[in-house]
Design a protein around this ligand. Structure first.
Ligand code: 6GU
Length: 232
C-alpha cells in the first residue's frame, strides 16, 4: 500500500520509522511518503493560513497549497483512485470497520489540517472527481490531524496482509467481533495474592472459550453498553 501524508509538521512522522509500521516500510509492504505543505506555497513567508471569511476566531488553511500538493500526488499514484482522508473532529467516526475497509485500498492520502480547519472548497473540489472522507477519532479536540493520522495508519497498517506476523492475533482482539477483548494472564499463576482464574489452568478448551465469551460480554456491558445490540 502507498500512503502519502501532507502536513506542515513532517517531523511528527519520524516515529513511523519504528515498530510494526517501520518494519512494514522496510520490507516494502508500506510505501509511506511525507510531504511538507509549505513546499507548495509561493510567498516569502510560506503562508498556509489566512483569516476566515465571515469573521470568527482563529485561522483557516488556504486552499491553494492543498490543491497543488494533492494534484502533485494524484499525478504520481495509480489511476484506480486513492482515498483522500482528512482527520477532523467534524468527520465520521473512525472504527475498526473503517480500518478494514481502508486496508483494502492501494493508495491512501492523508491531509493533516491545523488551525481552525481547511477551506471547505478543498474537500468539495476533490470530491468532484474522487473519494474524500473526513474522519474523526472521537469526541474530543486535537490541535491538528497529525496524531490522528498516526493512529489511523497504525490501525490500517496492521491489517495489511503480512504486516502482523501471526494473523491469528488479529482475530481475537477488541472490536474485531464487536465486543471488547477478554482479560489475559500469563505466568506466574499467583502474583501479589492475585490468582489466575482456575478455568484457564484447567486444560478444558470448551470451558475456557465459554469463560472468555462471558468475560467479553460482561466487560462490554459494563464499560461500553453502546456496542451491544439493544435488548429485545
Ligand atoms: Cl481526526 N482531528 C482533530 N484535529 N481532532 C480530533 C480528531 C481528528 N478526532 C478527534 N479529535
Amino acid at each position: 500500500m502507498r500512503i502519502d501524508i501532507i502536513t506542515i509538521f513532517p517531523e511528527f512522522f519520524s516515529v513511523l520509522d519504528v515498530s510494526l509500521v517501520g518494519k512494514a516500510r522496510q520490507s516494502g509492504l508500506i510505501d509511506l511518503r511525507v510531504h511538507n505543505l509549505r513546499d507548495h506555497t509561493h510567498d516569502r513567508h510560506r503562508t498556509v493560513d489566512d483569516t476566515p471569511y465571515g469573521g470568527g476566531a482563529g485561522m483557516v488553511m488556504k486552499p491553494e497549497p492543498w490543491g497543488e500538493a494533492i494534484d502533485e500526488i494524484l499525478g504520481d499514484v495509480a489511476d484506480d483512485g486513492p482515498v483522500l482522508i482528512f482527520p477532523s473532529p467534524a468527520g465520521e467516526l473512525f472504527t475498526q470497520a473503517m480500518a478494514r475497509e481502508l486496508a483494502q485500498e492501494r493508495n491512501l492520502i492523508f491531509g493533516c489540517g491545523r488551525y481552525e480547519g481547511i477551506d471547505q472548497r478543498v474537500f468539495d473540489h476533490f470530491a468532484r472527481t474522487g473519494r474524500v472522507r473526513l474522519v474523526s477519532l472521537g469526541d474530543y479536540v486535537l490541535n491538528g490531524g497529525e496524531v490522528a493520522v498516526m493512529a489511523m495508519i497504525e490501525a490500517v497498517g496492521r491489517l495489511i496482509p503480512g504486516v502482523v506476523g501471526n494473523p491469528e492475533s488479529l482475530v481475537e482482539e477488541s472490536h474485531e467481533d464487536g465486543l471488547l477483548e477478554y482479560p489475559s494472564y500469563t505466568k506466574p499463576a499467583a502474583w501479589r495474592e492475585l490468582e489466575v482464574p482456575p478455568v484457564l489452568l484447567s486444560g478444558n478448551h470448551g470451558a475456557i472459550a465459554a469463560w472468555r465469551r462471558e468475560q467479553q460480554l460482561e466487560r462490554t456491558a459494563r464499560v461500553r453498553p453502546d456496542l451491544l445490540p439493544p435488548a429485545n
